[in-house]
Design a protein around this ligand. Structure first.
Ligand code: MN
Length: 296
């Protein structure tokens, strides 16, 4: 199943080329603030996502092409992000008794957070801050959307806590300033175009992702080459913080990051998940004297 937010806070299921509007069935007010409907929906159906598809025959439908898609998770509790997290080359990896690829302690850096307000949707442009001495780089990442929350989630249960997946870009101004500030400009965390429920992903250890800028391939990877794999990311994050339904984990970027410029078209494609195609524009906001010094 694919879940979307659209047309001013409505929630829906994508079926073929249509969106089934479940806003009223679920009792959500699209005009409410803050917009927490998707987080509530995930919490409601975390244990049985197939229930989302019940009694849909009489619900209103719209053509997917005619709706305005919005960021699928508007108001998560947090956006967790892992740093560069891919082996440059395929390496032999040991498979544990549970069948999970074990890469414990392969990466000693841990994770960081991005501001939730940096989230933007699949129809929103990436707005570059007008910083003359700096580059803003794209990082193509698979997003995990947490379903059932928890603390100290064991490795063997980690996949049970995933509600679904989405495409995410982790934008960053290069430099030495605090990472949270460099990665938290508005629109620096595009997400979408939808959430694909976990049952649709046959093998989370074999998801291909790529990113092109103006048609040129910049990043290409597969989750089989993750240094800290998906269960280990959930275990590590939940060792520190309680995870809540709707929390987002950006799973780290492959090699090939590079600068974006106004006028660029960025397209990220993640196998079985979707395609996020975004325009890049230069904005008028974002300047501060802190950015006037050189990046390095
Ligand atoms: Mn990143």
């Amino acid at each position: 199943m694919k879940l979307v937010r659209f047309d001013g806070g409505r929630v829906g299921l994508v079926e073929g080329a249509q969106v089934i509007d479940i806003t009223q069935r679920e009792g959500f007010d699209p005009g409410a603030w803050p917009q927490t409907s998707m987080v509530q929906l995930i919490a409601r159906y975390a244990d049985a996502p197939s229930g989302l598809a019940r009694n849909i025959d009489r619900l209103p439908r719209r053509a997917l092409a005619d709706v305005h898609l919005e960021c699928p998770v508007d108001w998560p509790n947090k956006v967790i992000a892992f740093p560069a997290n891919y082996h440059a080359h395929i390496e032999e990896q040991k498979v544990s008794k549970t069948g999970l690829i074990s890469t414990f302690a392969a990466n000693g850096q841990g994770f960081f957070l991005k501001a939730n307000s940096s989230l933007s949707g699949p129809a929103d442009p990436i707005v570059l801050p007008p910083l003359k001495n700096r580059e803003t780089h794209h990082e193509c990442e698979l997003a995990i959307i947490i379903g059932k929350g928890g603390r100290d989630i064991p490795l063997g249960a980690a996949l049970d806590h995933i509600f679904g997946y989405s495409c995410l870009l982790d934008l960053v101004v290069r430099g030495k300033e605090e990472r949270v500030m460099r990665k938290s400009f508005d629109t620096f965390c595009p997400l979408g175009p939808w959430i694909v429920t976990a049952d649709e992903i046959a093998d989370p250890f074999n998801i291909a992702l790529e990113l092109r800028v103006n048609g040129e391939l910049r990043q290409k990877a597969n989750t089989r080459d993750l240094i800290v794999d998906i269960p280990n990311m959930i275990t590590m994050a939940s060792s520190t913080m309680t995870l809540f339904p709707g929390d987002i984990i950006a799973t780290g970027t492959p090699s090939g990051v590079g600068p974006l410029a106004a006028g660029d078209r960025v397209v990220s494609v993640i196998g079985g998940v979707g395609e996020l195609a975004l325009d890049v524009v230069e904005g008028e906001r974002g300047h501060h004297p802190i950015w006037d010094k050189p990046a390095a």
